[in-house]
Design a protein around this ligand. Structure first.
Ligand code: F6R
Length: 609
């Protein structure tokens, strides 16, 4: 969480910092700030509560002159979203922007108060500013002061430090939160996400854990955690800048929902030929390892966790490989038993989710055969730290609510399951069946997208509700969970999902004539069972919204709305059924007037635990 950008240039840099912050806003948006310093050492500090636009408006009323600067958009951890808690946090000449959490901040606060420092904020970040200031008094360069300060910090940080007595350079340090250096001609940058620098440069160097970097206009020096000067590989990014814009859509979420058929087509074209799955990025070591796999352990958070849950049904029913799936924040703090010949799989859109990353690091000590990540950001920590990685290549996802990254993860997971079927049996009819079914998926999704108007109308019936229940069975239970997550996160309506068979074990007590129940009812072997659950809800007066196929035999009636989806191959049905739920949530949020691309209290990339 939190977006950071820093720049050392030979031109006034405030506008570049503000434009960068706009791009980073998905990482947090409850306050924002910037500090610039010019060659005479004159500084301007500006901080505002609320969205980056508040800061931009305030900046328009001032002259912000300075060639060196740092800026920040915040997702509050310690301290309310108030101006005093916004970053940069300042200690005389030292200013800091920080992403992460300093866990021992209370101890450090007391220590620094003992040295005479007066704290003006409730943040954990302010201790960094005072600590570096204190260390600087012991002499040496700013880089050395930071090197002496960081061993005292417990927790996570990606931070950039500016000394206004010595403009023209910045120090950046990384432990747990991503930081990337962007190199340009006669100016250099440091940022949480390279996307924020796309209008300026395509050349990026990712800091590694424990790295500290000093950047000036023409120089970049990186030292590792052992104080050795190191060279990190520079990469050139070819990501499309256009994907950072909304284009003709009203919201990023809407654009990203509509991008799903294209994203899926891209995956299929690049990974399937003649009914066979190819993962070109997996070498012979990966294939040799896959042949030994008897169990798959999947760890992820949020929406990514839901895609893992769907895949469990595929792993076991199609590839006959046992699979279990766990939330990363739980896995990382419990003592678990590793099954023999287990592959550890992490799923993540961003590849920077703190809990998922920590789970991956833990897995390396536990005796798994190896680790594989399925991720949307090739340069992310998760990809770099996994033994093998498969990219979803869905394009940049800006909307905080995941949509295209979810369906792309599902497609890659299903292809992976197909690949395992192929490894077990070279002429696998299951692999062929999966690939052929997936080839039809973009068309099915296009058909569901045609229901846009109907779902927009339907959303009216939900806008004044306080609670909604979602139910499903089998591989549609996780889809019900994902549908409930979409609705709650962008419309702030309380939504819960239940496995339909569980209703009678408690949740049925919630049903009354005001309770809408969304039911996912594809035509599959579980439909008769689901029909009984539907009757249980109906008998108690619930308002039913059944997403199903024409063949299922449901008829519209009072208190029962039928939303008809295409008739589908069973294996791909869960991927199609999330589409109407994404659209429905989108339109409910529009009716409720929420800021749906940036819902309250959330951020896109959860880099704190
Ligand atoms: C919900 C959502 C979150 C993320 C979760 C994990 O729409 O986006 O629940 O899925 O924070 O993020 P990644 O996939 O980046 O690890």
């Amino acid at each position: 969480m939190c977006g950071i950008i820093g720049a050392v240039a030979q031109r006034d840099i405030a506008d570049v910092l503000l434009a960068g912050l706009r791009c980073l806003e998905y990482r947090g948006y409850d306050s924002a700030g910037l500090l610039v310093v010019n060659t005479q050492g004159q500084t301007s500090l500006l901080r505002r509560v609320g969205k980056v636009s508040n800061l931009v408006d305030a900046a328009a009323q001032m002259v912000l002159s300075g060639e060196t600067g740092i800026a920040h958009t915040r997702w509050a951890t310690h301290g309310q979203p108030e101006e005093m808690n916004a970053h940069p946090q300042v200690s005389t000449n030292i200013s800091v922007v920080h992403n992460g959490i300093i866990e021992n901040h209370e101890l450090l606060r007391k220590y620094l108060q003992g040295k005479g420092y007066v704290f003006l904020s409730e943040t954990d970040t302010e201790v960094i500013a005072h600590l570096v200031h204190w260390e600087q008094k012991n002499g040496g360069s700013l880089l050395e002061a930071v090197q002496r300060a960081v061993p005292h910090l417990r927790g996570t940080y990606g931070m950039v430090i500016l000394d206004s007595y010595s403009p023209g350079r910045l120090i950046a340090a990384r432990s747990g939160s991503p930081l990337v250096i962007g190199r340009s001609i006669g100016e250099n940058f440091i940022v949480s996400d390279p996307m924020a620098l796309f209008p300026i440069t395509r050349f990026f160097t990712y800091l590694e854990e424990g790295d500290i970097a000093q950047i000036s206009c023409n120089d970049i020096i990186i030292v590792d955690q052992y104080s050795n000067c190191v060279q990190r590989r520079e990469i050139e990014s070819h990501l499309e800048y256009e994907s950072c814009n909304k284009g003709t859509y009203t919201h990023y979420m809407q654009k990203e929902i509509y991008e799903q058929p294209k994203a899926i087509k891209n995956i299929l074209t690049s990974r399937c030929t003649n009914g066979v799955v190819f993962f070109n990025e997996l070498d012979c070591h990966a294939h040799a390892l896959f042949e030994k796999v008897q169990h798959v352990k999947i760890v992820a958070c949020g929406t990514s966790y839901h895609s893992g849950m769907v895949s469990r049904y595929w792993w076991e029913s199609l590839a006959k490989i046992s699979c279990d799936i766990e939330i990363a924040s739980e896995f990382r703090y419990r003592q678990s038993v590793v099954r023999e010949n287990s592959l550890f799989i992490t799923l993540s859109q961003s590849g920077e989710t703190a809990d998922t990353l920590a789970a991956l690091r833990l897995s390396k000590k536990l005796g798994y055969l190896g680790s594989l990540s399925i991720c949307n950001v090739a340069s992310s920590s998760l990809v770099r730290e996994s033994d093998f990685a498969l990219m979803t290549n869905a394009g940049i996802e800006v909307g905080v609510a995941s949509t295209k990254s979810f369906t792309s993860q599902l497609v890659v997971l299903l292809l992976l399951v197909a690949k395992f079927c192929g490894l077990q049996d070279k002429n696998s009819s299951v692999e062929k069946y999966i690939v052929e079914s997936l080839q039809k998926l973009p068309d099915y999704i296009d058909q569901v997208l045609l229901q846009d108007k109907l779902l927009s109308e339907l959303s009216e019936e939900f806008a004044d509700k306080n609670h909604v229940i979602f139910i499903g069975r089998g591989d549609h239970y996780p889809i019900a969970m994902e549908g409930a997550l979409k609705l709650k996160e962008i419309s702030y309506i309380h939504a819960e999902a239940y496995a339909a068979g569980e209703l009678k074990h408690g949740p049925l007590a919630l049903i009354d004539t005001h309770m809408p129940v969304i039911i996912l009812a594809p035509c599959n072997t579980l439909l008769p069972k689901l029909k009984s659950n539907i009757e249980e809800v109906r008998a108690r007066g619930g308002l039913l919204y059944i997403f199903t196929e024409a063949q299922s035999g449901f008829l519209n009636s009072e208190r029962m709305r039928i939303i008809v989806l295409p008739h589908l191959e069973e294996v791909i049905a869960p991927i199609v059924y999330i589409l109407p739920l994404q659209l429905l949530s989108y339109y409910v949020a529009i009716r409720k007037g929420t800021d749906l691309d940036k819902p309250r209290n959330l951020a896109k990339s959860v880099t704190v635990e």
